[in-house]
Design a binder for this molecule. Structure first.
Ligand SMILES: Cc1cc2nc3c(=O)[nH]c(=O)nc-3n(C[C@H](O)[C@H](O)[C@H](O)COP(=O)(O)O)c2cc1C
Length: 195
């Protein structure tokens, strides 16, 4: 598949960003790879719709979590998932300490919980004050009424760039037949059928 030329839409209406100096390719610090800026990368990623979950972890008395969308199923036998976490996030440290985490995919009605677990406004106590929280196998907080829950034990971690990829072995799973919360272009959304 060919890439659109800078400034001109291709047959599908896509445009590649124009460089101020009129050039067509930039080269970054990694050998000869073209450099894609953070803005370009984020702007393309914003268009991708994702299911929203709250990842949680507990170490001793301390529990916290974050709203995320980076889950990828890896294997069914054994059941493995991976998530990508900012190395600065509180949850990344709690996972490293406890060796466990829980994934709580949210229903449409749980959008307030998604807002609480992102940004710096709410304390961990305020985050967990919304909704009912329980434990399954690992002890990581599990949300009552979540769309799908995966309680995971850490199998492996790989840090690269700004993030750590954490592989989790699923040791308990629950689900409900509800509509899931979606994130796209900076806002939480509902799923609608295509007719
Ligand atoms: C829809 C959505 C998806 C997100 N996905 C991720 C993700 O996959 N990994 C990540 O590290 N942060 C992700 N974030 C950002 C975190 O929620 C945010 O940085 C959070 O404040 C980190 O928690 P902390 O400040 O308590 O450490 C996402 C935010 C939103 C709104």
């Amino acid at each position: 598949m060919s890439s659109p030329r800078p400034g001109r839409p291709d047959a599908k209406g896509r445009r590649a960003p124009k460089r101020p100096d009129g050039g067509t390719a930039r080269h970054g610090g990694d050998g000869h790879l073209p450099a894609v800026g953070e803005r370009e990368f984020k702007s393309a990623m914003r268009q991708v719709a994702s299911a929203v979950f709250v990842l949680t972890a507990r170490s001793g008395e301390e529990a916290n979590g974050l709203t995320a969308a980076s889950l990828c199923p890896v294997s069914t036998e054994p059941p493995l998932v991976l998530v990508s976490l900012n190395r600065d996030s509180a949850a990344e440290r709690l996972i490293a300490e406890s060796g466990a985490f829980a994934i709580n995919f949210l229903t449409e009605e749980q959008h307030r919980i998604a807002r609480l677990f992102t940004g710096t406004e709410a304390t961990p106590e305020e985050r967990f004050a919304e909704g009912g929280w329980d434990r399954l196998v690992t002890g990581a907080p599990v949300l009552d009424g979540a769309l799908a829950t995966f309680d995971c034990q850490v199998e492996k971690q790989i840090s690269h760039g700004t993030h750590t990829i954490v592989f989790g072995r699923v040791v308990a799973a629950l689900s409900l037949d509800e509509e899931g919360l979606i994130w796209r272009d900076g806002s939480f959304r509902r799923l609608a059928p295509v007719v």
